[in-house]
Design a protein around this ligand. Structure first.
Ligand code: EPZ
Length: 438
């Protein structure tokens, strides 16, 4: 439990390193190489620990980089002795991570089989994996449901195929990339996701020897090759963590320099940040975010796949919306159930109403189904501290921001969920002058 005394503006510098939504995938990609890989900018977060353990279960040697400490964020990954892990261990180890599903392609190529435990992940929708399994079957894998998960096998070499995704799913796109690069022949993927983390994974696969093209209509073509070598790669910075700290600056009336932040991946976020009334300066080594004083402006927002407004950015920003003047509208079009976190904000005094309608721009997949996937926030409202139970990673961070913006003290329970994706967030909060005590 974390005791948080709110009401003080956050000020100072935080550092962001490699993106949580790329680094674990890059680690899995090392399985495809005939030689060891080196990954740089690796943050010390739970998701990295889980994938490290899963790789070691499959015989991969994962060792910290240069000075033997992982503090400088360098990992050496040597897959030379890769072998099938024991099902019991994999099941026990995977925990709540969803990354195990991305082991399928590489393990099928090298071992002819893969076991995937039933997956966890944040409670922001039922997080299906139907696209993944359909794709793997199209490559020629046998997919059998077992009691604790899914067993996949392949008799011959996986075959390149033509795939069209019903929705530009990031995970399913990664599934295709990690499987197609060593399949026989060419794979064509239509309606691919092209998030910055996807493009960084493509860059890393290209370094390994893969041949991947991305067309203007988001059709990705992969020419399968027989062998790939290890990569040396620095992960792109975490745009979602950057946006979280920017929202914290806005919600607490603060001034935060995010060292390592990169503007190109944040263009859409920065436009919204400016429209609300926030100020930012892009510098060589990062981006400075601050609340210039005065009122924040309410606005209408629709989340979307890249280059739209990223769904992971809306939860922390909703807290800033509670301090904006007037009515703000958010239409969440990527996940059907990503406003659960607003319940706790309501208990702190926020005025937030959820709707089943698609409020805002274009009707989405969830319209007229029973999903409360639009929110209207009326502000400004004063927030007061209370007991908070963290629901998921991004919702949890938004609860922390709310507690920091609130008058009085909050008791935040379940903060280990935040450890999954925010490196050293307690030290960072203390460094920004937050009055928190574990
Ligand atoms: C990745 O999740 C990210 N996680 C998410 O970040 C991010 O919100 C999401 O992409 C969208 O950008 C990681 O990279 C580890 P999807 P992913 O497949 O790949 C539906 C965070 O906070 N779908 O693009 O699981 C799905 O239900 C996390 O860092 C299917 O229907 O997301 C959802 O509605 C949260 N069937 C939509 O696609 C499938 O087989 C988008 O999911 C797969 C997905």
């Amino acid at each position: 439990m974390l005791e948080v005394r709110g009401g003080n503006p956050l000020g100072g510098t935080v550092q962001v390193r490699g993106a949580k939504n790329l680094v674990p995938k890059a680690m899995v990609a090392s399985l495809l190489g005939e030689t060891p890989s080196v990954l740089r900018g690796v943050p010390q977060i739970r998701d990295v620990e889980i994938v490290t353990g899963l790789l070691e279960l499959h015989g991969v040697r994962v060792t910290p980089g240069v000075d033997g400490q992982q503090s400088d964020g360098e990992l050496h990954l040597d897959p030379s002795d890769m072998a099938q892990g024991s099902i019991v261990d994999i099941d026990a180890h995977a925990g709540s991570s969803r990354i195990p599903i991305l082991f399928c392609g590489p393990l099928l190529h090298s071992l002819g089989q893969a076991f995937i435990p039933d997956l966890g992940g944040c409670h922001i929708g039922d997080r299906p994996i139907n696209f993944h399994l359909d794709v793997l079957r199209q490559f020629g894998a046998e997919v059998d449901k077992t009691s604790g998960g899914i067993m996949l096998t392949t008799r011959g070499r996986l075959q390149g195929t033509k795939v069209e995704l019903p929705f530009p799913s990031v995970g399913a796109t990664e599934q295709v990339l990690l499987t197609a690069v060593r399949a026989e022949g060419v794979t064509e993927l239509r309606n691919a996701a092209i998030e910055p983390e996807i493009m960084d994974l493509i860059a890393l696969l290209q370094k390994m020897g893969a041949i991947i093209t991305v067309d203007t209509d988001r059709v990705v073509r992969i020419e399968g090759v027989d062998t790939l070598r290890g990569f040396i790669h620095r992960a792109l910075p975490d745009r979602n963590e950057t946006a979280s700290w920017a929202s914290a600056a806005l919600a607490t009336g603060g001034d935060i320099f995010v060292e390592g932040a990169s503007q190109p991946e944040l263009i859409t976020f920065l436009n919204v940040f400016r429209r609300i009334g926030g100020e930012f300066e892009v510098e060589e080594t990062g981006i400075r975010f601050r609340h210039p004083g005065g009122r924040l402006t309410s606005f209408a927002l629709e989340t979307d796949v890249h280059p739209g407004f990223m769904t992971d950015w809306q939860q922390p920003l909703v807290v800033a919306m509670t301090q904006a003047e007037g009515l703000s509208i958010i239409h969440e079009t990527v996940y059907e159930n990503r406003f659960g976190f607003t319940h706790a904000l309501g208990e702190m005094g926020a005025q937030i109403q959820l709707y089943r309608e698609c409020l805002g721009g274009t009707p989405c997949r969830f319209g007229r189904r029973n999903y409360q996937h639009s929110a209207v926030v009326s502000g400004p409202t004063e927030l007061t501290g209370t007991r908070i139970d963290v629901p998921d990673l991004r919702g949890g961070f938004s609860h922390l921001i709310a507690a920091l913006a609130a008058r009085g003290t909050s008791q935040v329970h379940g903060i280990e969920l935040i450890n999954r994706g925010y490196e050293n967030f307690l030290d960072k909060l203390l460094g920004l002058g937050a009055e928190v005590a574990a």
